[in-house]
Design a protein around this ligand. Structure first.
Ligand code: NAI
Length: 315
C-alpha cells in the first residue's frame, strides 16, 4: 500500500508521522520547496526503531517533474499543499490562491495517479475538493474533503469538557461547509445515547456551537504564527486509514452530492460536509439527515457560502 501526501508543511508532515505510527502503508511526501519533503521523510523514518514501524517514507520535490512521477500507484493522495490562514484571515480569503495550486496539483494527479482516492485538506476544503475534481477528472466519489472529521473532534472535545465525561462516550458531529457557517448538529448528539440537549442548558450548548465554529480561529489566534495541525493530522489519518483498511467508518466529510442526495440537501454537483461511509472505494454511502426548521435554516446558510465559493473554481 502507498499513501502520498502533497504539501510537507505543518499539516502534511504531521499527518505523515501519524500515518507512519499507524503502520499501514509506505508514505511518499511531496513539496515544492526543494529538500523539505525529503528532510521530513528522513526525520520521521529515523524514529521508526522506537515507534516500531517497518514501512518506508520518502520525500520528493514537485518543482522537478521527474520527481513528481513518484506519485504513480498511490492508493490515497492527501493534498495539503497551499497557503494557510494568517491571524485575521478567514478560510475564504485563501480561496483564489489555493484554487490555482489545486489546478496544478490536480493535473499532476490526472497524469500520474488517476486511480487514487483523494483527500482534500487545503482550505477551504470543500472548494478545494471541487477544484481538484475538475482539474483531475477523477470520479467524484473517490474524492473526500476534510472538515467534519476535525470539526466533530473539536465539538466532542468541548462537549466532554462541559459534561465532565469521557470524550469517548460523546457522539456528536458537524456537517456543512468547513467554514464559519458549519453546522454542529446537536439534535443527533448524545452521551452514550442520552441526548445532549437533555444534559446541558441551551445557553451552554450555544456557546459550544459557537466555539466549535471558530475552533480553528481560536488556535490560530493562540499560536499567532500558524494554524492548527495536531488535531487536523489525526482527523485526516482516520479517514485515510478507513480507506486503506476498508474499515467503513462513518465520519462527516466533504462529499460530492448528486441525484437524490443533491435533492435532499439542496446542493448539486458540489462538495459539502455530510455523514458518509468511508471505504476502499472512497465515499461508499452518503446518509441523508432529517432536518427540522431550525436545522434547515443553518444548513441553507452553509450551502449558500459553499455554492458561492465553488463557482469561483469554475473560472
Ligand atoms: P504550511 O504552509 O505549513 O504548508 C503548506 C505546504 O504546501 C508548504 O510546505 C508549501 O511549500 C507547500 N506547497 C505550496 N504550493 C505547493 C505546490 N504547488 N506543490 C507542492 N507543495 C506546495 O501550511 P499547513 O499548516 O500545513 O496547512 C496546509 C493547508 O491545510 C492550508 O491551506 C490550511 O488552511 C489547510 N488546513 C485545512 C484543515 C481542514 O480542516 N480542512 C485543517 C488544517 C489546515
Amino acid at each position: 500500500k502507498k499513501i502520498s501526501i502533497i504539501g510537507a508543511g505543518a499539516v502534511g508532515a504531521s499527518v505523515a508521522q501519524v500515518l507512519a505510527i499507524k503502520d499501514v502503508a509506505d508514505i511518499y511526501i511531496f513539496d515544492i520547496v526543494d529538500g523539505l519533503a525529503a528532510g521530513k521523510a528522513l526525520d520521521i523514518q529515523e524514529g521508526a526503531p522506537h515507534w516500531g514501524f517497518d514501512y518506508k517514507l520518502r520525500g520528493f520535490c514537485t518543482a522537478d517533474e521527474k520527481e513528481y512521477e513518484n506519485l504513480k500507484g498511490s492508493d490515497v493522495i492527501v493534498v495539503t499543499a497551499g497557503l494557510a490562514r494568517k491571524p485575521g484571515m478567514s478560510r475564504d480569503d485563501l480561496l483564489l490562491k489555493n484554487i490555482g495550486i489545486m489546478k496544478d496539483v490536480g493535473e499532476k494527479i490526472k497524469k500520474y495517479s488517476p486511480e487514487s482516492i483523494i483527500v482534500a485538506v487545503t482550505n477551504p476544503a470543500d472548494i478545494m475538493a471541487y477544484a481538484l475534481q475538475k482539474a483531475s477528472g477523477i470520479e467524484p466519489s473517490r474524492i473526500l474533503g476534510l472538515g467534519g472529521s476535525l470539526d466533530s473532534a473539536r465539538f466532542r472535545t468541548f462537549l466532554a469538557e462541559a459534561l465532565d465525561v469521557s470524550v469517548e462516550d460523546v457522539n456528536a458531529f458537524v456537517i456543512g461547509g468547513h467554514g464559519d457557517d458549519m453546522v454542529p448538529f446537536i439534535r443527533y448528539s448524545s452521551v452514550s445515547g442520552i441526548p445532549i440537549e437533555h444534559l446541558l442548558p441551551k445557553e451552554k450548548i450555544d456557546e459550544i456551537i459557537k466555539r466549535t465554529r471558530f475552533g480553528g480561529g481560536e488556535i490560530l489566534n493562540l499560536y499567532k504564527t500558524g494554524t492548527a495541525f495536531y488535531a487536523p493530522s489525526i482527523s485526516i489519518a482516520v479517514m485515510v486509514e478507513s480507506i486503506i483498511k476498508n474499515k467503513k467508518r462513518v465520519i462527516p466529510c466533504a462529499a460530492y452530492l448528486t441525484g437524490n442526495h443533491a435533492k435532499h440537501y439542496g446542493i448539486e454537483n458540489m462538495f459539502i460536509g455530510v455523514p458518509i461511509k468511508i471505504g476502499a472505494s472512497g465515499v461508499e454511502e452518503i446518509y441523508d439527515l432529517q432536518f427540522n426548521e431550525e436545522d434547515k435554516a443553518a444548513w441553507e446558510k452553509s450551502v449558500e457560502s459553499v455554492k458561492k465559493n465553488s463557482k469561483l473554481a469554475d473560472d
